[in-house]
Design a protein around this ligand. Sequence first.
Ligand SMILES: Nc1nc2c(ncn2[C@@H]2O[C@H](COP(=O)(O)OP(=O)(O)O[C@H]3O[C@H](CO)[C@@H](O)[C@H](O)[C@@H]3O)[C@@H](O)[C@H]2O)c(=O)[nH]1
Length: 320
Amino acid sequence: MKTALICGVTGQDGAYLAEFLIQKGYEVFGTTRDAQGKSFVNLRRLGIEEKVAVLSMAPEDFRSVFVTIKNIRPDEIYFLCGQSSVAMSFEQPAETIQSYTLGTLNVLEACRMIDKPIRQYHAGSSECFGNTVGVPANESFPFSPRSPYAVAKASAFWLTANYREAYGLFACTGVLFNHESPLRPYRFVTQKIIQTAKRIAAGSGEVLELGNLEVSRDWGWAPDYVEAMWRMLQQDLPRDFVIATGQTYSLEQFVSATFGQLGLDWRDHVRSNAEFFRPTDILVSRADPSLARIEMGWKAKFGMEEVVSKMLDSDDIVVV
Ligand SMILES: Nc1nc2c(ncn2[C@@H]2O[C@H](COP(=O)(O)OP(=O)(O)O[C@H]3O[C@H](CO)[C@@H](O)[C@H](O)[C@@H]3O)[C@@H](O)[C@H]2O)c(=O)[nH]1
């Protein structure tokens, strides 16, 4: 039986990955900053709360990271920790940058010191590419970060690449484009749209206020994407991959699809409010995930319209 350590197991990706690895027969350990007395909502929603051993680990604290990895001696580590909101990174830039750079460095250093070859997955982000006007971004597309979050993720990406090259570690980064699910917190735009549209359809009479409706993203289905993480660690050689559907839609199209599936015209219920604009934002985010298909046999199963219907179908109550 293989052992996996998921750092950041309580988030959307951590919970789906834990579910996926349990189904694959792994023994799964997970970390969160403070595991004492917490209830793990996402793990409970997936019915796996009792199947994951959750430990406390502070990613920025080397001692905490080292001791956790040394005690568990996992075959695979999935490092998914960090402040994941791009919007919040403008309010908390230092916390965001520290969580990714120090956290990533600590895992890489700890793995160097432990006498076991541990395969590492690091969570990268399409935010690193910035605007991808013209050619869709593949693994050799240059980085042009447009937020403190993206700067932090770019730094973590290069740390991982450097440690792989310098010390021969099996460490790779998945450069994931947006991926959504019912476990998405409300502060991300898709969940805000889905939940508000559902309330409007039920007669709430409210108006959905959003920022820039002209931005575009490549929206995929999060459970698909955790499989790509696992596949990356099953390759013969460590390598970075772009993970996306390959289809880009504007936010207006996402909104239109959501209201349309509820039998409503979005124009009657949605307003753009400058309060939700970011100081800098990615206007166009376009992906070329063909390497993942060629090398790992991975392809996104669901596109934007299906993501919308799956999120609408979920009965989960999201805490606003
Ligand atoms: N959150 C939010 N975003 C809004 C809103 N109105 C418009 N937007 C726009 O909608 C786009 C998507 O925003 P988010 O859902 O917050 O996601 P993100 O910034 O694209 O980042 C997500 O995807 C990255 C790539 O996978 C991830 O790296 C990141 O952690 C996060 O999950 C952004 O251009 C944002 O400005 C709003 O009311 N709320």
